[in-house]
Structure formats: C-alpha cells, structure tokens
Write a new protein. Structure first.
Length: 198
C-alpha cells in the first residue's frame, strides 16, 4: 500500500488508531493464527499498523518482523518492542522465509489489480506448510471511505479462489461487521489458510 493520501491520514490519526481496541473476533483470529505456526515461529506482520497485533505475537515467543509504510505506525510499533521497519507489500521478497504471514486489514489498501502479485509474493515467502492470515472488508470495487482512505473490496469467495489458485488450503473463515477508524460499520472476513507442504 503506497497511496500517499491514505498514508497521510494514518500518519495524522496514528494515536487514535492505536487506541482502537482489539475486538474479541480479532483476538480469536490472532490466537487461531498462532496455533497454526510452530513455537518460536518466524512471522511477518505485513501492514502492522501501530504494532499492537505484532506485539501480542512477539509476547507469545515468536520472532516477529513487521512492515508498514506509515512512519508514525513504525515508530509506535518500535515503542512496543516490535522489530518493525518502513515497508510495503512490494518489499516482500525471497522464498521459504516465514512460518506465517499476518495481513490484518492491510491488503485492502492495495489496488485490486495489484492483489495477485502481492499474494504471489506472500505465498513465495512462506515456508512449506506455512500459515497465512488475511483480514479484509468484504464487497466489490474500489473507493475512498469518508475520511479519505483508499479501499479495495473483494468477497470472501473471491479471496478463497485467489488463495486456492496459489495452492493454499483454507483452514477457517470468520465474518462479521465492525466500526473502524472512520466510524463506519462495514462487513469483513478473517481468513486463515495454509500453504502446501513441500
């Protein structure tokens, strides 16, 4: 995600965003993801925001690496003890690196046309049998929300197909509705998948 307007909004709203609570559904999704990786797993939090989720994963004993394109978020994540750096989906490269990749409501800021190559990079970076978590707002098309952030929407079925086409097996899906930073209540899905074994 490199949309300058979206990054600027997150930069301005970083403190408010960091104060958003981790909902029971989100916490359950983190726990389910961690149950899919081995002890001391090497995990990438792709689009880590202020590092709240990454800190929870690190506190469970995992080696968490985190990237985000918003400088204020990286600063916040570092203050939580997270190994974070500035970076975007285009900075995910290499093969067989991570036991798990966690992308919680971050891919939705990438253009729809870029989703296939970002997913390709993530799948390539996963170790055989690695876990992938994706949280997305569900819907169709591309637009900006009422505070100006850029959003791309896919349906649960579309994301399932995108992942299965890349050899992943869907392990679990949860859906719901919540209000985020903008205050708008929107439908979403939380998808856990596993890469093929070698």
């Amino acid at each position: 995600m490199t949309d300058e307007k979206t990054i600027a909004i997150y930069e301005e709203q970083a403190a408010r965003y960091a104060d958003l609570p981790v909902s029971p559904l989100q916490r359950a999704a983190i726990d389910r993801f961690l149950a899919m990786v081995p002890p001391g797993a090497c995990i990438l939090d792709a689009g880590c925001g202020p590092g709240v989720h990454a800190a929870l994963m690190a506190s469970a004993g995992h080696d968490v690496h985190a990237i985000d394109p918003t400088p204020a978020f990286v600063t916040d994540a570092l203050s939580r003890g997270v190994n974070a750096r500035l970076g975007a989906f285009d900075d995910i490269d290499g093969a067989d690196i991570y036991d798990g990749i966690f992308a919680s409501f971050s891919l939705l800021h990438a253009p729809l046309a870029d989703l296939p190559r970002h997913l390709d990079a993530m799948v390539r970076a996963l170790k055989p049998g690695g876990a992938l978590f994706i949280g997305m707002k569900s819907g169709t098309g591309e637009e900006r929300d009422k505070i100006g952030r850029r959003y791309s929407y896919v349906t649960e079925a579309e994301m399932r197909q995108l992942l299965e086409m890349r050899g992943l097996t869907i392990a679990h899906v949860t859906s719901g509705e919540e209000a985020g930073l903008s205050g708008e209540i929107a439908p979403f899905f939380l998808m856990h998948a596993r890469a093929a074994d070698a």
